[in-house]
Design a protein around this ligand. Structure first.
Ligand code: GAR
Length: 333
């Protein structure tokens, strides 16, 4: 029997895991080693403890063994993960399992588990096609539709980075351009590392010229994601991409949006207003600041002792988790 098929299946499985966990090949290897050794260690220590307990009834032995293994396994993999340099990955992994089982609070606290149990759903504009993407000719016999995304960002670019990571290796979604109005923005360094073409946009041409439509067309851009982009989107761009521009805002719109409401300004205002909760809003873009139809909102609490920075951290975590997923759902075929 040929070994080519099982090998191809195995490689595919590894690729899928890499994509799911967003890790490179080396890290995947280290993670799998940790699972294997952690599992064996669990079995070994479990048996030793059971022998010491010397329980005679089979049914009791089995029940206690299962409970013991369940408790030992997270500890064993965490210990082993230290030696493979994968502690952070496994801590997150185990917390995730714990949160799903309702045993531990998830990373962002219990409110996040609430969001997850409500089932993550994005709002697409039913009446209009969300994704009239360009069609890329691959072979004569086959065409695949690709969603070529441009990310517009002016700041550090942490959201842009998460989106790039999320779609790395995707068959049909490609981050094809980073557009930026600030030549010193951190997001440009990310683009350089990731080898993604960039476009530096100037106010005059953007707002009163053709809004860089030729450049976007040239790169076959089908969808625009604003991630910390602070200029209003001009009519020319809205007309060309009527339902294909989305934005993320670090508060629960319609509250705390509008001109000048970005970054820490938003969090300072939310804290000053003694709000008990804040969150993120992902929405379609229209001719007003932070105003289009809402696609998704995720809430988090505002704590008594929050500073704008601590609240920003909590909200950034939500943004990083939900923005890439929301884009994927919107562009899903
Ligand atoms: C994000 O928090 C985003 O919600 C906000 O800018 C930040 C960009 O951070 N956008 C707005 O305030 C838009 N009104 P990043 O550069 O690290 O992705």
């Amino acid at each position: 029997m040929s070994t080519a098929r099982p090998l191809a299946t195995l490689i595919k499985m590894f690729e899928r895991l890499q994509k799911k966990w967003k890790v490179n090949g080396l890290q995947l290897g280290l993670i799998l080693c940790t699972f294997a050794i952690g599992g064996s260690l669990t079995g070994f220590v479990g048996k030793k403890i059971m022998n010491a307990l010397s329980i005679n009834q089979d049914w009791l032995w089995t029940i206690i063994y299962i409970i013991l293994i369940t408790l030992l396994w997270p500890m064993a993999v965490l210990v082993v993960s230290i030696f493979f340099g994968q502690f952070r990955f496994f801590l997150k992994y185990i917390k995730k399992i714990g949160a799903r089982m309702g045993i531990v609070r998830s990373e962002n606290g219990s409110w996040k588990a609430e969001v997850e149990s409500q089932e993550f759903r994005v709002q697409s504009r039913e009446s209009k096609p969300v994704n009239p993407e360009p069609v890329l000719q691959v072979q004569q016999t086959r065409t695949i539709a690709t969603s070529r995304i441009a990310i517009f960002a002016s700041g550090a670019g942490s959201n842009a980075k998460k989106i790039i990571d999320h779609f790395r290796g995707s068959d049909y979604i490609k981050i094809a351009l980073i557009a930026c109005n600030n030549p010193y923005a951190g997001v440009l360094k990310i683009a350089a590392i990731e080898n993604i073409p960039t476009l530096i946009i100037e106010k005059e041409k953007f707002l009163r010229g053709n809004a860089y439509l030729d450049e976007l067309k040239d790169k076959q851009i089908g969808f625009i994601v604003l991630a910390g982009f602070l200029w209003k989107i001009p009519d020319a761009l809205l007309k060309a991409y009527p339902v294909q521009i989305i934005n993320i805002h670090p508060a629960l719109l319609p509250k705390y949006g509008g001109k000048g409401m970005y970054g820490n300004n938003v969090h300072e205002t939310v804290i000053a207003a003694r709000e008990k909760e804040s969150g993120i809003t992902i929405h379609y873009v229209d001719e007003h600041y932070d105003n289009g139809d809402i696609i998704l909102q995720v809430k988090c609490p505002v704590l008594e002792n929050d500073t704008p920075d601590s609240l920003a951290d909590r909200i950034h975590k939500l943004e990083h988790e939900y923005y890439p997923k929301a884009i994927e759902k919107l562009l899903a075929k």
